[in-house]
Design a protein around this ligand. Structure first.
Ligand code: GLV
Ligand code: GLV
Length: 326
């Protein structure tokens, strides 16, 4: 009998076919709630599940007695309770690397758009307000030759550093749990304390994964340590930032502007004050969202899923100890 899997995300037809070859597959293109009775019914018999965003916690796992693999179609996995999965000998997998360059493009684009006020000016032109503006109303700040501080110099952080160094002659500071010698050698990045990075950078780009250590990493004190002329970019997770403090910093002129791909609550509440600030550029958590990269991510997640439920080692295990002691 084929193992049974649930896919709770829209994926390309050809990847569906790859999964179906080896597994009995149930799809939920839009899983609105993990309480969906049909989903819970299928979960009872599922050996593997694959998708994004769903909170995989004890409560959900209690309803999935046969589960062997949880395959998230993302690099971040703060939505998965890894200790609980490991305790239950369930493999967890993610999709690193295939999205590095694409996400770096998006985050660097956000940085440029914020510095040069691209979305604000786009709106002026489209609304026919060009002639009502004096030149200075259109000015932004330079990106080239400035100091970029990257908090979280992982694979995506390095790809951002590469763009900044090779394309924009930026000086790069970084703060990370451990040194990244490759980024130091290739992109001239200099390791420093968080305080020094905040004080010296013209652009502060947050790229850390969300963990108990990074939750609320940026708050009032941190924004105060930044230059008044500095721009903050968040490409990590919304909960790494105290959003109220960010709003205050942007309103009070503690910092100049922010470019955000992620929020405390997603989708963002339309009443969120961030959405009423001209010095904020927003994206809807879309860093990896190109046709090419989302295809690669779905393909890799499917490989992780299928291998996991058919007794092969998935290539991107988050908790390899489950396999090794398996
Ligand atoms: C996106 O945020 C991801 O984790 O892949
Ligand atoms: C972080 O930057 C990662 O690529 O995991």
């Amino acid at each position: 009998m084929k193992p049974k899997v649930i896919v709770y995300h829209r994926i390309p037809r050809e990847i569906k076919a790859e999964i179906e070859e080896k597994c009995e597959t149930v799809y939920f293109e839009h899983l609105n709630s993990p309480q969906d009775p049909h989903f819970l019914q299928e979960l009872k018999e599922a050996h593997g599940i694959m998708g994004t965003k769903l909170k995989v916690n004890r409560e959900l796992l209690d309803r999935a007695p046969l589960l062997k693999v949880v395959s998230t179609i993302s690099v971040g996995y703060d939505n998965l309770d890894i200790p609980e999965l490991t305790k239950r000998k369930i493999m967890a997998t993610h999709t690193p690397d295939v999205l590095n360059e694409t996400t770096a493009d998006a985050i660097f684009g956000l940085l440029l758009a914020t510095a040069r006020r691209i979305s604000e000016l786009d709106l002026y032109v489209k609304k026919g307000q060009w002639n009502q503006m004096i030149d200075e109303d259109l000015f932004g700040v330079d990106v080239h030759h400035k100091v970029l501080g990257i908090i979280g110099m992982g694979r995506i952080g390095s790809a951002i550093a590469k763009r900044a160094h090779l394309g924009f002659d930026m000086k790069i500071l970084y703060h990370n749990r451990s040194r990244n010698f490759e980024a130091e050698q290739k992109y001239g990045a200099r390791f420093c304390s968080l305080d020094e990075l905040l004080a010296e950078s013209d652009f502060v780009c947050l790229m850390v994964p969300l963990t108990p250590e990074t939750e609320n990493l940026m708050g009032e004190n941190e924004f105060k340590k930044m230059k008044k002329s500095a721009i903050f970019i968040n490409g990590s997770r919304g909960k790494t930032v105290n959003e109220k403090d960010l709003v205050a910093a942007l309103q009070n002129g503690t910092i100049l502007a922010a470019g955000l791909d992620v929020y405390q609550q997603e989708p963002i509440d339309p009443e969120n004050p961030l959405l009423r600030l001209n010095n904020v550029v927003t994206l809807p958590h879309i860093g990896s969202a190109t046709f090419e990269t989302r295809f690669k991510m779905a393909k890799l997640a499917a490989e992780n899923l299928v291998k996991g439920v058919t007794g092969e080692r998935p290539p991107n295990l988050i908790n390899p100890e489950v396999w090794e002691t398996g």
